[in-house]
Design a protein around this ligand. Structure first.
Ligand code: PMP
Length: 359
């Protein structure tokens, strides 16, 4: 068996011990005589798995007591609609910061439910910067302020938490949740698809402050209501049980690694090494303002784009996989989430240097 270093933006690498444990427990979960996939979600085995998973997430993120933690379906994309459905609370406007492709998607969907005021946009710099906070135009009459803490495609990440004034701050943390310390208490709501730092796809974590629960529009579908899902402990309907289990194993792994504090240090080292290698080379270039370069997704272009194909082919041969940039922006992108070992980043850096020497 030869496992590759997979630089995919998501679904992405899972920690090997998680996959091994899932394999070991596949046919008989801890003496239950069945796999997790076959369990009733209401039965004692799965209830224990669910409770442990939720408690581990609360512990890892230090979620304050006045927040509900939900595990929902339909991806982070569903949240683009669920957020306005659930927390507009009769208001007609929401403010959004546009820092790249994912904020743009969130803005487009929210526009179906309310007027969207784009408080700031990085579009004029091709999303290579975060607009200075002083230039943000936030309307205090809006229902909330939404931003994307890490833009998976453009490789732009916030290093601090924006000030939303009196508005609830809403954040799409899909691609950097659990990769760095964050004070949940600053937020009205955060959400994240699991398939980058938390497990396989099929689960979306929503952490929402109590005062924002129960405000949904009357025609909100039951499964999309934070209040109804909170009341049912995210089991209003059958949850994605196996995905919850794998999410739980990934959280256990992260705790074993020393939690968010320890993984953040490793993530800083990994990102610094890779950016340094890019900056030191004359073949590779990262277009993002160094002040907001993502630790999770590192896009880069080759000075000679005709070399792209050879770069990708040769990388693949070395077991360095899925390095092509998103189809909308081209070039390359190395996604180096929590589960990407430091050795994977080192192998990539070595390959890049060798490719530069020989081309
Ligand atoms: N937001 C961000 C920042 C993302 O990276 C993604 C997926 N790559 C999404 C939202 C959409 O997630 P999903 O596919 O789970 O709907």
């Amino acid at each position: 068996m030869a496992r590759i270093y997979n630089f995919s933006a998501g679904p992405s690498m899972l920690p090997e011990p998680v996959l091994q444990q899932a394999q070991q427990e596949m046919l008989d979960w801890r003496g239950s005589g069945m796999s997790v996939m076959e369990m009733s979600h209401r039965g004692p085995h799965f209830m224990a798995i669910a409770e442990q998973m939720k408690n581990d997430l609360i512990e890892l993120l230090a979620v304050p007591a006045n927040y509900r933690v939900l595990f929902l379906q339909a991806g982070a994309s569903a949240q683009f609609a669920m957020i306005p459905q659930n927390i507009l609370n009769g208001k007609t406007k929401a403010c959004y910061v546009n820092t790249g492709a994912w904020s743009t998607a969130a803005i487009k969907e929210a526009g179906k439910y309310c007027e969207v005021q784009v408080a700031a946009s990085g579009e004029s710099t091709a999303f290579t910067t975060i607009p200075a906070y002083a230039d943000w135009r936030v309307d205090p009459a809006a229902a909330y302020l939404h931003y994307t803490s890490n833009e998976t495609i453009h490789g732009v990440e916030f290093n601090d938490i924006p000030d939303a004034g009196d508005l609830p701050l809403v954040c799409d943390m899909s691609s950097n949740i659990l990769s760095r310390r964050v004070d949940i208490g600053h937020y009205g709501l955060i959400y994240a698809g699991a398939q980058k730092n938390m497990g396989p796809s099929g689960v979306t974590v929503v952490i929402v402050r109590d005062d924002l629960v129960g405000l949904e529009a009357k025609n909100t579908p039951a499964v999309f209501s934070y209040a109804q899902q909170a009341k049912a402990d995210s089991m209003l309907n059958t949850p994605a049980t196996y995905n919850w289990y794998l999410l739980g194993l990934t959280l256990q792994w992260l705790k074993g690694e020393g939690g968010v504090v320890a993984i953040e240090q490793r993530n800083i080292r990994k990102a610094n090494k890779l950016y340094q290698a890019i900056d030191d080379s004359s073949l590779y270039r990262n277009p993002v303002d160094p002040a907001c370069r993502s630790r999770m997704n590192v896009p880069f272009v080759l000075a000679d784009a005709t070399l792209d194909k050879a770069f990708l082919e040769q990388a693949e041969q070395q077991g360095l996989s899925t390095l092509a940039g998103h189809r909308s922006v081209g070039g390359m992108r190395a996604s180096i989430y929590n589960a990407m070992p430091e050795a994977g980043v080192e192998a990539l850096i070595e390959f890049m240097a060798e490719f530069e020497r020989t081309h």
